[in-house]
Design a protein. Structure first.
Length: 240
């Protein structure tokens, strides 16, 4: 049902998966980095039996904050607002608001964990990052690429040969990167936008800062890598 108030907004780096149904009779707002899994239902109106006979009828907007994840078969009722950094369990029904930084599940959904996420220690993040890179290089080999990884004092260089070629330079310090070419990607542990731009100007086709969640430029090797990172929920804002 379309009304003068009907509208739909979806932010950056969001996804709506198959067989979900969104009803924007009134506004639906989905903020950045939020995901809606398959078979989800978002309704901004609920009515069938006559309100004149005392049956409930509700028309109200839905608002999802940043980094909200609705896995499969989540039903959101009219008027619900969900804060930032919220995960809702599969097969849940939301008929009331959820605050930021929580996990909720059930029908109706109840908060089962607060104060999430818990930031991992640096050594834990380093282990996760190493695992992602290792899995990525194994994936490339499975796809019949050759992938030669050489450790460096400040990180590593992975040289990729196959259907397309390139090099991935991972460096711990933005002051220690070496000159690259248009087929190369430089991955900084942490770098400012200015440092990323300098890397592009020095010849790299793509530059990424992991801890800052930023990227600039584009090439085949870099896009393949960042698509793989997205498997782990890691996404990057484009600066260009």
């Amino acid at each position: 049902m379309k009304t003068p108030q009907s509208s739909f907004h979806m932010g950056k780096r969001c996804i709506i998966m198959q067989l979900s149904y969104l009803n924007p009779t009134l506004p639906i707002f989905i903020d950045d980095d939020s995901g809606i899994g398959g078979h989800c239902l978002l309704f901004t109106h609920g009515s069938w039996n006559s309100q004149l006979e005392g049956f409930p009828v509700k028309f109200a907007p839905i608002h999802l904050g940043k980094k909200v994840w609705l896995p499969w078969r989540v039903f959101i009722m009219p008027g619900v607002t969900v804060g930032d950094n919220v995960v809702v369990g599969a097969n849940s029904m939301l008929n009331s608001d959820l605050p930021s930084n929580c996990i909720a599940a059930g029908s109706p959904a109840k908060i089962i964990k607060e104060n999430v996420p818990t930031q991992p220690a640096k050594n834990e993040k380093d282990k996760v990052l190493k695992n992602i890179f290792d899995e990525f290089f194994n994936y490339l080999r499975y796809e019949d690429f050759t992938c030669d990884v050489q450790a460096e004092d400040n990180g590593f260089i992975a040289t990729i040969q196959g259907k397309r070629s390139g090099a991935i330079h991972y460096v711990l310090s933005p002051l220690m990167h070496i000159k690259g070419d248009s087929g190369s990607v430089v991955i900084f542990d942490s770098a400012t936008p200015a440092i990323l731009q300098e890397a592009i100007e020095s010849g790299y086709g793509m530059a990424v800062s992991i801890n800052n969640g930023m990227r600039i430029g584009s090439n085949a090797s870099g896009e393949e890598l960042l698509a793989f990172f997205s498997r782990y929920g890691v996404r990057f804002s484009r600066l260009d």
